[in-house]
Design a protein around this ligand. Sequence first.
Ligand code: CA
Length: 231
Amino acid sequence: MDAPSSKTILIVEDEKDVVDLLALNLRKAGGFVISTASDGVAGLDKARREKPDFIILDLMLPKMPGLEVCKILKSDPASRQIPILMLTAKAEEIDRIVGLEFGADDYVTKPFSPREVILRIRAIMRRGEATPEDERLTAGPITIDPARHEVSVGGKRVNLTSIEFKLLRTLMQRRGRVQERDRLLNDVWGYESIIDTRTVDTHVRRLREKLGKAGDVIETVRGFGYRLREN
Ligand code: CA
C-alpha cells in the first residue's frame, strides 16, 4: 500500500497556547502537516473540506462544543473513519466521549504532556493501518467478518466502533485464553501500558451492551482481564 510520507492533522482548539504547544511538538516529531481551527463550527467545516488524516478536538469550544462536532463527524459516512482524539478537562465525560454516544477514538485529559499526545496519535494511526486478518470467526450467535469489517448477532448486523471491533476480534482469536488488560491495551490500542487499564473495562462494557445477550460470552476474570468463553 502506498503511504503518504506526511499526515495532515487538524487541531480544533480555541486556546492559542495549547494549539502552539501541540503544533510545535508535532512539527518537532516530524511527518505531520498541521491545520487549525479555533471554534467548533470552523473545525467542522475544515474537517469536511480538508478531510485530514487525524483530528485533535477540544471539548470546550466556542460556537459548537467539541462533543457535538465529534458526534456529527462520526455519524457521517464521509468523515466517520477520521480518527478523533479528544482533549478534555472533565474526567466525568470520558465514558461518554469514547463510548457509544460520541464515538471518539481516544481522549487525553488536560493538562497533558505533548509527548503523550504524540504517542497516542501514533498508536491510533498504527491501529488504522493494521493488516486485516480476513478469517471469519464465530462464537455462538456472533459472527465476525474481518474482511468486510462486519459483526452480526444471530444474522443481525451490529455496528461497532473500530476499537470495539478489534477488541472483539482479538478475544475471538484467542478464545478460551484469559487476556490481561495490559496485554489488550498493547494489542488492541497499541499502547505500552501508558494509560489507565480502566479504558479496557469501559470498552468491554460498551461491546457487551451492543452484543446484547450474546455479550455474555465475554467473561470477566476478576483482577486479571477478560476471556471469550469456550462453548
Ligand atoms: Ca478550549
